[in-house]
Design a protein around this ligand. Structure first.
Ligand code: ATP
Ligand code: MG
Length: 560
């Protein structure tokens, strides 16, 4: 059912439940495991959703079952076709396929209404005229039951009022349909929860057909039952709602009896995950869009250079637990680095260029050296770079004076290797009127040619990356840090916008790339020697005027 080639998801407590359920005496004996992923189309998917997608689709896959994609669009506010399209694109990109099972919860509105009528007829639901404020005031507390003067209203009267609610006779908030369960329940979700509320608002799919909308806790089990879901996997905040889920399924003539199982929500440090906060970042211009490479959205991660395999590996390794936890952002980076280390071709770029002149190299000469695309994967082939008298190197690879432990270029310093090319020795530099270094001078050893380190010579100095000035391509390179300085900007009550890291984006212009990268188009990722993994920016890069994003640095900041 999916296009990815990962091993099956490792066993977790959800799978233990499923094993029992589909076993000989289980409630789903002999049935195919059927899950669903139910995003609310009110924003773009983020890395937390990616984990839920992994759990929902990965579990179905593990059992040779099926996973539906369902837009949970029962709430008429803020829903948008843009989000629906983006959600599908992101899930496909992650490598999952719902085949022909794409649904909208709003398609079930008529059935939901029918089940609500069924509950009223059974004496299990009633129309309550308490306003939302009154209902809250009459909620009771642990020692005091909730109250409603409308609880014992005759069935016929509720049926009539509910039909008139639907017909639009009453204003918003005038009444609700409530389940008749237990006003004294220790679980407040069971204290006669509202099943329907009046909302005179058009819906992005049903238009003005409805002015009453079902509550999530009533709608969700019905959606699952209609689709024949066996296991409705969701996050922990729904645990206390499970008795209501089961109550709905038990008391309507449901076509199936799905089972809800909750797992821990994924949190990541130094970022926010709620759609409301992510939307605020976009709408208030703190980021360039939902796909800004600093965003924890799937489209942001994609633009940053994350691969589907790295996100699936992350989801697998984070695991599925029963207790919420926060994972280090560095662990997400660790998973990306592991993937790119194996798959990204190598190339050279100079981010802070200074000119290097090889004074004993003939002015009219140009050579070509071969660089392997991947040191461990000969099948990935090689490419060539040109070499001539004028090169670019990283400004920090030169010092005017010797410094402790500095093994790079300084006058009369050690021999250094230019990656894949010659050994050189620094002889001095040229400065402008303000004293800034404008050119580093060196001589090369013609005997040392032949690529790194084919001449077998060990030198004291470092191996440096470089780009031939004669063929170099100018590029813009964007470097990223955490979007938030604060490790937990998502904490309740925190002014998350004040925790933003002002240095989360650094734009470098005039970076120098080896010529082979001039026409690179997204999606494409490279390891730039000594600098990290970089990808072509899918939004702003143009052939001949490349823009690269640093996806992740080489140094692993994750400590196990
Ligand atoms: P948000 O609070 O960001 O708006 P949500 O839970 O309202 O998130 P939905 O679109 O309703 O977003 O979520 C779809 C599915 O993804 C749900 O089953 C939900 O439990 C799951 N999900 C959402 N956020 C996370 C997360 N951080 N970790 C794991 N699963 C998540
Ligand atoms: Mg939600």
């Amino acid at each position: 059912m999916t296009e990815n080639k990962d091993a099956a998801m490792s066993q977790n407590f959800i799978h233990d439940f499923i094993d029992a359920d589909i076993g000989e005496n289980g409630q789903f004996a002999g049935m195919t495991v059927h899950t669903r992923f139910p995003p609310e189309p009110n924003g773009y998917l983020h890395i937390g959703h990616a984990k839920a997608i992994y759990v929902d689709f990965g579990t179905a896959q593990k059992y040779g079952g099926q996973c539906n994609l369902r837009m949970d669009d029962t709430n008429p506010t803020k829903e948008d076709v843009e989000y629906v399209d983006a959600i599908q694109e992101d899930i496909k990109w992650l490598g999952y396929d719902w085949e022909d099972r794409f649904y909208y919860a709003s398609d079930y509105f008529e059935q939901m209404y029918g089940y609500a009528v069924e509950l009223i007829q059974k004496g299990l639901a009633y129309v309550c005229e308490l306003s939302p404020e009154e209902m809250a005031a009459n909620r009771g507390d642990i020692n005091t039951p909730a109250t409603s003067p409308y609880r014992d209203r005759p069935i016929q009267e509720s049926l009539d009022l509910f039909a008139r609610m639907r017909a639009g006779e009453f204003p918003d908030g005038a009444m609700t349909l409530r389940a008749k369960i237990d006003l004294a329940s220790g679980n407040f979700n069971m204290r006669d929860p509202a099943l329907y509320r009046i909302k005179h608002q058009s819906h992005h799919r049903t238009g003005d057909q409805w002015c009453i909308y079902p509550m999530y806790d009533f709608a969700h089990p019905i959606e699952d039952a209609i689709e024949g879901i066996t296991h409705s996997l969701c996050t922990l905040e729904f645990e206390a709602h499970r008795p209501l889920y089961d109550w709905v399924i038990a008391n309507i003539s449901a076509p199936a009896k799905p089972r809800q199982i909750e797992f821990a929500r994924l949190g990541i440090d130094h970022t926010v995950m709620s759609k409301r906060k992510l939307r605020a970042l976009v709408e208030q211009g703190y980021v360039s869009g939902w796909d800004d490479p600093r965003m924890p959205t799937i489209c942001g991660l994609r633009r940053r250079g994350y691969t589907p395999a790295s996100i699936r590996a992350f989801s697998e390794q984070v695991g599925v637990a029963k207790a919420d936890s926060t994972v280090e952002y560095a662990f997400l980076e660790h998973c990306l680095r592991a993937d790119l280390d194996d798959t990204a071709p190598r190339g050279m770029a100079v981010l802070h260029p200074v000119k290097l002149t090889i004074t004993n190299y003939p002015e009219d000469r140009q050579e070509t050296f071969t660089i392997e695309n991947h040191p461990k994967h000969p099948e990935m082939g090689s490419h060539t770079v040109t070499f001539s008298r004028n090169l670019y190197i990283e400004a920090e690879d030169f010092l005017e004076e010797k410094a402790p432990k500095y093994k790079r270029l300084f006058p009369d310093g050690p021999e250094c290797r230019l990656k894949g090319a010659y050994l050189i020795r620094c002889t001095g530099c040229v400065k402008d009127a303000e004293g800034n270094v404008t050119e580093v001078l060196a001589t090369y050893d013609p005997e040392s040619s032949g690529g790194d380190p084919a001449d077998g010579r060990k030198v004291k100095g470092a191996t440096l990356h470089w780009v031939d000035a004669a063929t170099a391509v100018d590029a813009q390179v964007r470097l990223y840090e955490n979007l938030f300085d604060d490790p937990n900007p998502d904490a309740a009550g925190k002014d998350f916008l004040s925790a933003l890291n002002p240095n989360s984006l650094t734009v470098l212009n005039g970076c120098k790339l080896e010529a082979s990268l001039a026409e690179a188009t997204a999606p494409a990722s490279y390891q730039f020697m000594r600098l990290g993994y970089f990808c072509v920016d899918s939004g702003d890069s143009r052939p001949g005027a490349p823009v690269f994003n640093r996806s992740v640095s080489l140094k692993d900041g994750y400590k196990r």
